[in-house]
Design a protein around this ligand. Sequence first.
Ligand code: ADP
Ligand code: MG
Ligand code: MG
Length: 896
Amino acid sequence: MSKWVYGFGGGAADGDASMKNLLGGKGANLAEMSSLGLPVPPGFTITTEACVHYYSNGQTYPDALKGQVAEGLAKVEGVVGKRFGDAANLLLVSVRSGARASMPGMMDTVLNLGLNDQTVEGLAGLSGDRRFAFDSYRRFITMYSNVVLGIGHDRFEELLDDHKDRQGVSIDTDLTAKDWERLVGDYKALVERELGRPFPQDPHDQLWGAIGAVFASWMNDRAKFYRRMHDIPESWGTAVNVQSMVFGNMGETSATGVAFTRNPSTGEARLYGEFLINAQGEDVVAGIRTPQSLTRAGREEMGDKAPSMEEAMPEVFGQFVDVIGRLESHYRDMQDIEFTVEQGRLWMLQTRNGKRTAKSALKVAVDLASEGVISREEAVSRVEPAALDQLLHPTLDPMAHRHVIATGLPASPGAATGKIVFDADEAERLNQLGDAVILVREETSPEDIHGMHAARGIVTARGGMTSHAAVVARGMGRPCVSGAGEIRIDDKAGEFTARGRTFRAGQIITIDGAKGEVLDGAVDMIEPELTGDFQTLMGWADEVRRLRVRANAETPHDAKTARGFGAEGIGLCRTEHMFFDGDRIAAVREMILADDEAGRRVALAKIEPFQKADFVELFEIMAGLPVTIRLLDPPLHEFIPHDEADIDALAASSGLDAGKLKRRARELHETNPMLGHRGCRLGVAYPEIYEMQVRAILEAALEVKAKSGDAPIPEIMHPLVALGLEMKYLRELTDRTAHAVFEAAGDRVEYLVGTMIELPRAALRAGDLAEHAEFFSFGTNDLTQTTFGISRDDSGRFLQAYLDKGVFETDPFVRLDQEGVGELIEIATERGRKTRPGMKLGICGEHGGDPASISFCESIGLDYVSCSPYRVPIARLAAAQAALAAASGEEREKDR
Ligand code: ADP
Ligand code: MG
Ligand code: MG
């Protein structure tokens, strides 16, 4: 018989930390902590397989589940010595979701389950604290109604606020037993009004209602969105944890809190976190009361008055520090921990590897390696390459003038400028229109995730360092200022006020997430400095990396940036980008308008010195490194305007003949330019264009060699080749031109001739091409277009539908389609190298900077990847991880 239920608690467990797939992250770690002998309230986990069964069997439970849950519950009763539903000796439970990958705040937890009109009296009697009992009951009704019965949290909040106003109290802890009892009555009446039936009183009905709701929450919109954003398959399902309750709301010696063993923003090796006395569960992160620091040092730093846990409950604190130290050494990584203190007794409720900013990830990895806890290789594989993006982007110029509107907490580092938006949907809409926005909210909730994703930065008026906004923003790499209490938001008017000034939606603000400041207008930014931990880790990565990493760059600025980031050459220099500036475009147009070859050669002679000068500059920056130069690729009509008015304007300003321009524009017009007269088809039809470019490249190389003695190695690349004979023609053209250049100069440089593989035919006939081509570079942007028959520029109209319906798992222009396009690349690799053993192979599409695609490139033995300059460090790290994974012969388990 299948086992659907795994118990934990009392110093033992059926499962362990390795069983995340089956028990979910939370369940597996609760089991592990129990086995380690840590104080964990006993409970059991219903497996993710039960959830999978539920969804593949018309939302029904496996037959054996009921019995196994009853057994699980009985065991818990045995360990705790209390009984579920027994008012005289009451056991209450929490029902908690927990998938394989942590999805913070995506699904809801129900606490205090098992309370009803009878058992609440029992709890009051047993605890001798009526206030506590009814506080717990009202929390239960609110959560259960919200999660299971679908009645919004705010409905209950309204009743609570009204009641507080009537009593003239402002904080929950000032309410008495009587108050809560009254509110429980109001709450139950609300439920009955809404549903037409009373709030469920049978604890077993409550339990199954909550279990069903956790399963159902796996398919709610928040969960779906989060999964899509983080590549989590729907097929995994979630586990359900049912756990005996411990109470942080039993008076002044009770508390609840969250902690990180190291700082999740900076990585500093010091306990970090918050807690609240006499509170329960999510109170800490909900921003209802301001949480207190865990440590004295933390309190002093924040300038808080309320005592820290270290000061308020020193004994439990000492025990806590001990426990979390054990957890960190056991898991060998920074831990994110949830705990509760019930009347002076510590209980551990959750541990997991903590989410962190890139800065923190680097520091923690480098520190752990330096402390000897993990190896350097492990440190390299611990940092998510894509997260480096956060570090590679600008921060506020410290010298720039700042006009501070409001200050809050430095919840997630980085700087961002954008238009004020108050609503998540609006943030998404404006972002799609290309506007940079800053989402400004009272506080955020999981419903706002899509808006936070769309925003450049986030500001909240309420909430602490571990509030929803702070945690999610750090995870997404969005700068965030939380708890900026000076900001008063008026949603309806679409404005906020701060320090006596009013700011309307659409106005520009800047936020500094590292300082916790909100600033007026746009503020100057500076380039990041990549030193310290970054350099250390990248050095370790480079030691294990096999793939070379180059950059796609044509301007000197991009080439310098790329070298600064550690690029080992240029993998794609698009020469047409050099044709658009000032005088050049005039000569290019003259060439296009020329009536014959002689006319074209006259115009080309004007372009040549510009081309040569550009290459000299590029070769100097890339001294001694390979530079792949793609000869002219776009169709010629891209260089002249299309519509009449633009042509007339051009004619007027340039002195070109308007009539002739119009005629030529008509002649060059193409129905489908992507498949038209472009790429090497230009070189075959007008060889003089490519001859000029080859001459410019080689003369520039000779000049740099003469100047510095260090000759670059140009790799001359012909685009869009499909046929062996095309390649033969182009190879001969190139060699003939080179020969002439070298003859004239009385000197020579090394160079390679090759092609970009961007057509399926080229991939299939790579053996023919390799007869003449000395290297291939996979142009995977176009290869994806031509393999799928999808124009990237027009795919926007249906791509979203494909993604929504799961027909595409990911956008194939972002992540290489390994099955189709990948197979063509493999075929070309194999056939090319069969003809020309050891030929140089690389990739230069956008995929060259995507970690998953890089891992594919490693697996099929390409020599290098080439990506945009800002992605070079990401590619270096991803290449190192791919090499490590290949070496250990196993897929790197994504560290979640
Ligand atoms: P999430 O996945 O959103 O963090 P959890 O299942 O961890 O949700 O529950 C949220 C909070 O509820 C916990 O951090 C803890 O404070 C509280 N909680 C959960 N289970 C219990 C329990 N058995 N006893 C006391 N508090 C609990
Ligand atoms: Mg929750
Ligand atoms: Mg939790």
